[in-house]
Write a protein of this length. Structure first.
Length: 368
């Protein structure tokens, strides 16, 4: 993951692109300003600092090796050579550890090498993108340049931040369903829940089918995502567009009516005669567990002296679980939560709150 952005001209990058970069890569932002060659470090959520005509090289981090903290935000000083900085997009196996990133480990090794040997050393990692910055000579160098994309006068190490296609899904691609995990999870930006601005008949016949017959049925509930071109093409293949489902752009209403956006929706002109029209295709959540109670009968000769309480057990502090696989999540200190089971990041509002299901303690009282 991660993305490196190199802007040399006095133009501006679209705020939507910067926001996408921060959402996809939420674990830190490092910026070297090319007019001064000074470096600043921010949270990814502070991406608005890049809404400027100043030239810069920016790195948005998505943590894969090394913990999430300011010290692990790119760029890194190359060993003892304070004039050389280094940033990377990709993962290099065998470098780094649970505390230190692979990038910093490589930067330390570069600091011990002659500058002229860097290119040969880094060329071994053919699928990884690198940038080195020399603050003394006020210059920089791109390695594996063919992996970068040049768009509107700006170099980008990844194109997954160009999520310009807005898609509204109503069936198995909704969050919590199987096709979401296969095709959208980690490949999209969730914009929110919405309803179609017009009424349509949603037919559930094994699979969900949304008929294009407008004015019949309900304002159908949808999940709205931004996706890049590659993911968009993947969705077309999944839906069999245009042979089976056919996508059309329609208005959908977000934020409880406060915002209307145009989104692609996959329709299927199935026979709706005599079929029930649904408002939503719901996922089935696991049943809420009832508080555990146990009655124990003791023989008279036993005396209970200790009291055992459920509160003494080790339960998650915040009572949040992953909305996809229902596993525990871990807070990263940057207002994000990570699910280790499905390796996905969520905002707190996206999680399922189960804190109200753990509400009773059970005690053993003395028996006479």
């Amino acid at each position: 993951m991660c993305v490196i952005i190199i802007k040399q001209k006095q133009n501006k990058i679209a705020m939507q692109t910067l926001e996408n970069a921060s959402i996809v890569n939420p674990h830190g932002l490092g910026v070297t300003w090319l007019d001064t060659f000074k470096t600043d470090y921010f949270k990814s959520s502070e991406y608005a600092i890049l809404d400027t005509e100043r030239p810069f090289i920016a790195h948005f981090r998505y943590a894969t090796i090394g913990k999430v903290c300011k010290e692990n935000t790119h760029p890194f000083v190359c060993g003892k050579n304070a004039d050389e900085l280094f940033m990377m997009n990709g993962t290099v196996n065998g470098y780094g550890n649970k505390d230190m990133t692979d990038t910093q480990d490589i930067a330390n090794k570069l600091g011990d090498m002659p500058r002229k040997s860097w290119k040969k050393f880094l060329s071994k990692f053919k699928a990884v993108r690198f940038v080195s910055i020399n603050t003394k000579h006020k210059s920089f160098q791109i390695y594996n340049r063919d992996l970068f994309t040049y768009k509107d006068g700006v170099w980008y190490s990844k194109t997954n931040i160009f999520r310009d296609n807005v898609v509204a899904v109503y069936g198995t691609l909704k969050r919590g369903h199987g096709n979401y995990a296969r095709h959208l999870q980690g490949q999209s930006i969730y914009m929110g829940s919405a309803v179609t601005a017009e009424k349509y008949p949603l037919i559930i016949d094994g699979l969900p089918f949304l008929s294009p017959k407008q004015g019949i049925g309900h304002h159908v509930e949808v999940d709205v995502f931004r996706v890049d071109d590659e993911t968009f093409a993947d969705l077309d293949g999944l839906e069999g567009h245009p042979r089976w489902y056919v996508r059309e752009q329609v208005p959908v209403v977000l934020d409880k009516g406060r915002r209307i956006v145009t989104a692609w929706v996959y329709f299927n002109d199935v026979n709706i005669e005599g079929k029930e029209h649904h408002k939503s295709y719901e996922r089935v959540l696991p049943q809420r567990a009832e508080p555990f109670q146990q009655t124990i009968e003791f023989e008279r000769e036993y005396e209970v002296t200790d009291c055992f309480e459920l509160a003494d057990c080790d339960f998650p502090d915040d009572g949040h679980v992953c909305p996809t696989c229902f596993a525990d999540v871990e807070y990263d200190g940057f207002n994000n939560y990570h699910c280790g089971e499905c390796d996905t990041w969520y905002a707190e509002k996206d999680l399922i709150d189960i804190s109200d299901t753990i509400e009773d303690v059970f005690k053993f009282n003395d028996h006479e």
